[in-house]
Ligand binder design. Structure first.
Ligand SMILES: C[S@@+](CC[C@H](N)C(=O)[O-])C[C@H]1O[C@@H](n2cnc3c(N)ncnc32)[C@H](O)[C@@H]1O
Length: 126
């Protein structure tokens, strides 16, 4: 499974998603801040993952190959201008039937909701 992490920052979400998709999956992080991506790359290397890559750029214009099974985004939406446009851009990166999962509030997800996302990503859901 390929997952796109938009506004990946220092790589927290990419590292979590890598645990979910496993070594046969791939996580691609994109962020406008090239410096924070250097931090993310160091953390990924220290953690031993070889299937997480990062690309510097704005989600609308970043050079990304292929489509994704899921687009995730945590704590980014409040920082973007046209949210509808950004959402449409993310959906355009998805394969048919793919999943968009945004988390933008500081509240915690319920265990049940986290489990549903985990089941979906791991292929356990129908
Ligand atoms: C609050 S940080 C969240 C980082 C990460 N998602 C997390 O949860 O730890 C927001 C990040 O979004 C990035 N960002 C903001 N607008 C963006 C855009 N249009 N395209 C890509 N990255 C963006 C910022 O550079 C920043 O690293």
């Amino acid at each position: 499974m390929r997952v796109l992490d938009v506004g990946s920052g220092a790589g927290d979400v990419a590292l979590l998603v890598a645990e979910l998709v496993g070594p046969t999956g791939q996580v691609v992080g994109v962020d406008t801040n090239a410096q924070i991506l250097e931090v993310a790359r160091s953390r990924v290397q220290a953690a031993g993952w070889t299937n997480i890559v990062f690309s510097a750029g704005e989600i609308g214009t970043a050079a990304l190959d292929g489509l994704f099974d899921a687009v995730v985004r945590r704590f980014v939406l409040p920082f973007v201008g046209n949210r509808v446009e950004v959402l449409q851009t993310c959906i355009a990166r998805l394969r048919p039937g793919g999943l968009v999962f945004f988390r933008s509030t500081m509240c915690r997800l319920s265990i049940g909701r986290c489990q549903r996302v985990h089941f979906w990503i791991s292929g356990a859901a129908g």
